[in-house]
Design a protein around this ligand. Structure first.
Ligand code: UDP
Length: 253
C-alpha cells in the first residue's frame, strides 16, 4: 500500500545563490521561490509541519544602513539583474508570513548572509572560490570595482548550526533572524589576505563592478544571539584555511 509521505519539518532551500547563476537561471530562480514556496507551504500546511524558508541578506538590496537589522526594509531595484533573486525571496517571505497569519503555520525565516567553505563549486562564481582558485593557479585575482565594497563572511559549519537551532527550538513561529558573521571586510582586503594565505604570486586586476552590487553588507545578529544563543565561532582566518585546503585538493586532482 502506498502511504502519503508525512512531514514534521520542511526546509525550503532550493535555489541557485550565486550572482553568476542569476542570469543563467533567472526564470528557474523565480519559479523556485514562487511556485516552489507555494507548493512547499501547502505541503507543510497539509502535514501541520514546521516550515523554514531560506531567505537572504539580498532582501536588504544595496542597504542604506549598516549593519542591517531585521527591521530594515531594504533598498531593492525591482527590475535589476539581481531582482530575479532578491524580489522572489521577498515574495517568499511575505507568502510564508501570510500562511503563518492565516493558517497558523509554524514558519521561521533565516536571512542568510554570505557563506563560504569546503565543497563549494570550483566555478561557483562567488568571491571566495574565485579568489582561492585564481591564487592557487597563479592567475590574477579579479576584483570587481575598486574593491572597497564590503562583505561579512560566515563559515558553513556556523551557518548550519544556526539553521539547526532555528529549525529545532520551539516557539519561534513568525520569527525572522539574520544568520551571518558580523566581521566585515573590504573585497580588496580579502583578495590580499587570500594571496598571502596561499603564498601565491598572483596580481590583482580590477574589473567592472556588476550592476546593483551592494556596497556594504554586515549582519546585525543581536536577535540570533538573544533568541538562539547563537553566534559564529569560526573567524575568517581559520575558515579560509579549511577552504583553501579543500580547493587545493580539488585543484590538484
Ligand atoms: N567579487 C569580486 N570578484 C569576484 C567575485 C565577486 O570582486 O571574482 C565581489 C562582488 O562584486 C561582490 C563581492 O565580491 O562585491 C561578493 O560577491 P559574491 O558573488 O561572492 O556574493 P554577493 O555578496 O554579491 O551575493
Amino acid at each position: 500500500m502506498y502511504l502519503e509521505p508525512n512531514f514534521d519539518l520542511i526546509l525550503h532551500f532550493a535555489c541557485p545563490a550565486s550572482p553568476d547563476d542569476f542570469l543563467k537561471f533567472s526564470i528557474e530562480t523565480m519559479k523556485a521561490n514562487s511556485l516552489g514556496t507555494l507548493k512547499t507551504l501547502e505541503l507543510a500546511h497539509l502535514n501541520d509541519a514546521r516550515y523554514v524558508f531560506a531567505s537572504t541578506s539580498e532582501v536588504y538590496g544595496d542597504p542604506l544602513v549598516n549593519p542591517q537589522n531585521e527591521g530594515y526594509w531594504g533598498n531593492v531595484n525591482p527590475i535589476g539583474p539581481r531582482s530575479v533573486y532578491n524580489e522572489v525571496k521577498r515574495f517568499s517571505e511575505a507568502l510564508s508570513i501570510a500562511y503563518q497569519k492565516k493558517n497558523g503555520l509554524d514558519v521561521r525565516i533565516p536571512r542568510i548572509f554570505n557563506t563560504y567553505g569546503p565543497n563549494m563549486r570550483i566555478d561557483d562564481g562567488r568571491v571566495v572560490p574565485n579568489f582561492i582558485i585564481q591564487a592557487l593557479r597563479g592567475e590574477p585575482l579579479s576584483v570587481y570595482g575598486d574593491g572597497s565594497q564590503t562583505r561579512s563572511l560566515c563559515y558553513i559549519d556556523d551557518l548550519v548550526e544556526g539553521i539547526f537551532k532555528m529549525s529545532l527550538i520551539d516557539d519561534l513561529s513568525g520569527q525572522v533572524i539574520n544568520l551571518g558573521n558580523p566581521e566585515e571586510y573590504s573585497i580588496i582586503d580579502l583578495a590580499r589576505l587570500i594571496i598571502k594565505k596561499t603564498g601565491s604570486n598572483s596580481d590583482i586586476i580590477f574589473k567592472s563592478l556588476p550592476i546593483d552590487d551592494p556596497m556594504q553588507r554586515c549582519p546585525d545578529i543581536r536577535i540570533a544571539k538573544d533568541i538562539l544563543n547563537w553566534q559564529p565561532k569560526t573567524m575568517l582566518d581559520a575558515g579560509l584555511d579549511e577552504t583553501i585546503h579543500f580547493f587545493n585538493y580539488i585543484n590538484n586532482s
